[in-house]
Ligand binder design. Structure first.
Ligand code: C2E
Ligand code: MG
Ligand code: MG
Ligand code: MG
Length: 288
């Protein structure tokens, strides 16, 4: 009996795995097609400088306009892109497309803003990354200091020697390096000191309840103090309310990003945000 049960269980498990594998294969096929057919789009979310109360940059966030499923968010497909290695060619496209968009914005005469791009582990560990980025910057005639690369805390700990070399090359080009989702990974603080980093982004899980939760307040306070000690600027992610913003300004945070300012929006809307921001600055100057 036990044996029969065991076998049934096994079959059930096997069946489940097969369904899952088939689903993934279908998704992988879809992804390959999507890259060829250019079904991906970048959305842009503004980052606010608290000291100047203006937009200083945008984070580019990938979306997939799926022909039948509609607009898909990265959590539904980034994992498989990474597993299959498809993130490397798509990552190319992401960097080049973001640079092209920034060039188009600048050509309208708006003030320069910085563009932050998320890198996946495979991209970070790709030997050709810095050459590719150089080429895109050159092709679109952009200074490297308008480009920022975000890598997550956990990525820092994989192949530390290569990561170090790669980041140093990128920083020498003039690119800004940000550590993303800080507080959720397990990076060693000594690496934080050694690695060439410029910006630390506090994960939004610490911001969400910061008004009610004294622990979160203390943690964020400590992260900001530590970051400043290490000469890093700090971005708080996931700012959704004025109360969040006030708390973070009070704590000495440098930049903010979140739904309070804007959700991620298509490139044209992002350009409107930059223009609106400039008008707002002009208005307040006129008032003073
Ligand atoms: P992330 O880099 O930490 O990006 C921030 C995420 O938080 C975005 O989700 C953004 O829409 C969301 N967010 C921003 N403000 C708020 C807020 O106030 N409240 C809440 N609840 N959420 C907020 P999204 O666009 O779904 O991206 C999820 C993750 O997917 C990103 O996290 C990043 O790890 C990855 N990702 C996105 N685009 C790319 C890309 O082009 N390449 C790579 N490799 N990964 C990407
Ligand atoms: Mg990010
Ligand atoms: Mg993040
Ligand atoms: Mg995240």
């Amino acid at each position: 009996r036990a044996k029969a049960l065991g076998r049934n269980k096994y079959q059930e498990f096997d069946h489940h795995m097969t369904a899952r594998a088939i689903e993934n294969m279908a998704l992988e096929n879809d992804l390959r097609k999507a890259i060829n057919e250019q079904e991906f789009e970048l959305y842009y979310q503004p980052q606010i400088d608290f000291s100047q109360n203006c937009i200083v940059g945008f984070e580019a966030l990938i979306r997939w306009r799926h022909p039948s499923k509609g607009l898909l968010f990265p959590d539904t497909f980034i994992g498989l892109l990474e597993e299959t290695g498809l993130i490397v060619p798509l990552g190319h496209w992401i960097i080049d497309n973001a640079c092209q968009t920034l060039r188009q914005w600048l050509d309208t005469g708006v003030k320069p803003v910085r563009l932050a791009i998320n890198l996946s582990p495979r991209q970070l560990h790709n030997e050709e990354l810095s050459d590719q980025i150089s080429r895109s910057l050159h092709l679109h005639n952009l200074p490297a200091n308008l480009l920022e690369l975000e890598i997550t805390e956990s990525m820092l700990m994989q192949d530390i020697q290569f990561t170090h070399k790669q980041l140093r090359n990128l920083q020498q080009l003039g690119i800004t390096i940000a550590i993303d989702d800080f507080g959720t990974g397990h990076s060693s603080l000594s690496y934080l000191k050694e690695l060439p980093l410029d910006i630390l982004k506090i994960d939004r899980s610490f911001i969400r309840d910061i008004i009610e939760d004294n622990n979160d307040q203390q943690i964020v306070n400590a992260i900001i103090a530590m970051a400043h000690q290490l000469n890093l600027k700090v971005v708080a992610e996931g700012i959704e309310t004025i109360a969040h913003q006030s708390m973070l300004i009070q704590q000495g945070c440098d930049y903010g990003q979140g739904y309070l300012y804007s959700r991620p929006v298509p490139a044209d809307n992002a350009l409107e945000l930059i223009k609106f921001d400039a008008d707002k600055a002009m208005d307040s100057m006129a008032l003073n």
